[in-house]
Design a protein around this ligand. Sequence first.
Ligand code: SF4
Length: 256
Amino acid sequence: MPLSYSQLRTYLACPRQYEYQSIKKLPRGISTAESFGSSVHNCLKKFGEKEYSGQKSVVNDQVGMFDNNQPSTINLQLEDLIDLWKQSFIIDTYKSRVEADFHRQRGEEIMKKFFEWWKSENRQVMGVETSFKIDVGGIVVSGRIDRIEKGIKVIDFKTTPTRTQEEVDADLQLSIYAMAVKELFEEYPSELMMLYLNDDGVTEIRTERSESQLKDAVKQITSVSNYIKEGEFKPRPSVTACKRCPYKGVCDVAAV
Ligand code: SF4
């Protein structure tokens, strides 16, 4: 059974949440935090595409990968990014115009910090929201990588609170991305990065993966896939999981 990274993450957070979402397919609302995260991702996807818009060298638009032989000829300015942010901002999930304006302004400040980060290095983007489907121990795992830069550097944008180095070192998502890059480019990335974009500013947390960590990731994915096949959906309530769960209103063991 194919699994997306997002499904794996949901199962690991709480098997019942996975059951509600992927087996019972219960309708769910979108929180303002998720909506804000989508707005940021949409904006940075468009920005990454603009980096290449000076050359008509998109090789495969479907998977979000570019011909990397020529650098972008476009001189992007902060105003371009702010315009993209205004176009990308999703307004629907906020309770009032005032609340939406607050978050749009908050996002604008974050974009200013992102722009400083972006121009601090000579970057060459190889892919934006690059989709993949890889075989992990006989299981098809799919996902999308936010940004790939020449090097090969993988960058995942996060709008959630910044995690610790230890947490990022153990992160399953980045292990999957390392395996996906090996499949796409026939070499492992030199660097994996979580780029946190939140009210603390822009924080890079870099990491890498060893062979043994990748083997552990394969074991973890295989074990989740087996539990799903066996119908193991015992709830795992915790304040951390339940507070972010879109089904806490219908779940009888919610911890919040
Ligand atoms: S409310 Fe908590 S226990 Fe219930 S499904 Fe969601 S995360 Fe799991």
